[in-house]
Design a binder for this molecule. Sequence first.
Ligand code: FEO
Length: 406
Amino acid sequence: MQKPDELARSVYRVSAKIGSKDLFEGIWPIPQGVMLNAYVLKGEKKNVLIDLVKDWDGACDAIEGQMRQLGLRVSDIDVLVINHMEPDHTGSLASLVAKNPNVEIYATDKSVPLLKAFYGVTTNIHPVKDGETLDIGGRTLQFFVTPNVHWPETMMTYDIEDQILFSCDAFGAYGRYDHCFHDELDREELALLSTETERYYANIVAAFSPFVTRAIKKLSDAKVGLRMVAPSHGVVWRKDPLEVVDWYARLAGYATGPREKEITLVWSSMYGNTECMVETIRKAVSDAGVILHEIRIPQTHVSYVLEKAWRSSGVIFGMPTYSYKMFPPMYDVMDEMERSRFTGRKTMRFGSFGWSGGAQKQFDEFIDTMKFEHEGNVEFQGHPTEEDKKKAYDMAFKLAMEIKNG
Ligand code: FEO
């Protein structure tokens, strides 16, 4: 049976390792799973539970089992803090309230209508003000309203005595980990955390990057000392908690730049004609000495495209025309990029058409909306000629050199 993890005296993580192959948020693949973390604080006056889980792969039983190991039943919780209303952190709320109707719920005022709409909960709700504190006996919690990380009602909770920040989605990651603390992870788990933090950020948080920057500034302005950062996905940062804060600041900064001097090549092909150009692009970027992330769709999920493209200064698209428009899986990629507020990358496009073009027009509309810097396009009927390949090589090489020297 999974055990609770002690963060400090009377402060514990109770967590569930989700190994399900279900999609996260119904969209994103999580082949390495995800953690759902909640936190228990046993104050001298009040027992507090920070965030919940949803009924997913045994998560509710896991959390209640760990609470029992701490000598607590659901009915022993005096205060439930809800940092964020998304159901991965509130799914078990109705069940908790049914077992413990007197529990006091602390959440932002924007959570109040959501508590009613999602769970029919309308009583014992304490809407917190930004910076408000709660004395639980020998320990004081402070609430920082941090909207849009990652819904409008979100906040973070800070344990003043032990300087632990319970940040919910912020500073989180995909992935299941056998250890609670970042400084306990082995090399394999660190590698997983590295990619799964960036993919999580690009999938879930990227669109809200200005708010991430604002939230980090708010904590900094408030001179919040950090001994630990304890998110509701991923691991607890103990040895150097600022490492994850700085990491998130960098990821948020990719929204406006600067970005990494890297290029993501995302391409698709129906009959191999567009594919013929891929080697040319690969060689041009390699000759320029720039790192290339290459992803073929729909063979690879858009989740992974977003991860690599978010950090990249350049995104090159290869796609054919299909029914007078862009190849449909590539439309999905660009639509997701637009939703995630991608902007300002250097770009070019190559691709084949049969009897009629059309993809380029739709592509141009996307890159205008996203304000990408368009190096040009190489579109060809059927199979690319040597002249087409030379044009594509020169364009990709120029794009890569601009990134390298930028
Ligand atoms: Fe982990 Fe926005 O929920």
